[in-house]
Write a protein of this length. Structure first.
Length: 95
């Protein structure tokens, strides 16, 4: 998928992580994982049919956190930059 300017979401995600200090190999791995979760083109509206949503296939309390974060900030829940920015926030669920 691409944004309104024709930029590939995979490249946007990769650059997003690199710009935030992730090593290029780690950024590539994160993008690869997101491709597996959502689709090879990082569809921000991806759904698995069982309630998981977005590039990270968030569900349950993680999806609720994403929706609240979007709503409180006045963001569209399918905005690629919102989905990438919440990635770090949602890492609190990973030990």
């Amino acid at each position: 998928m691409t944004d309104e300017n024709g930029n590939d979401y995979r490249q946007i995600a990769y650059q997003y992580f690199v710009d935030r200090g992730y090593a290029p190999t780690v950024a590539a791995g994160l993008v690869g994982n997101l491709e597996t979760e959502s689709s090879s083109d990082l569809d921000p509206n991806a759904s698995d049919g069982d309630g998981a949503y977005g590039i990270g296939q968030w569900q349950g309390s993680r999806l609720t956190d994403l929706q609240n974060f979007a709503s409180n900030g006045g963001y569209d829940v399918s905005n690629i930059f919102l989905l990438l920015s919440i990635f770090k926030r949602l890492q609190k669920y990973v030990n």
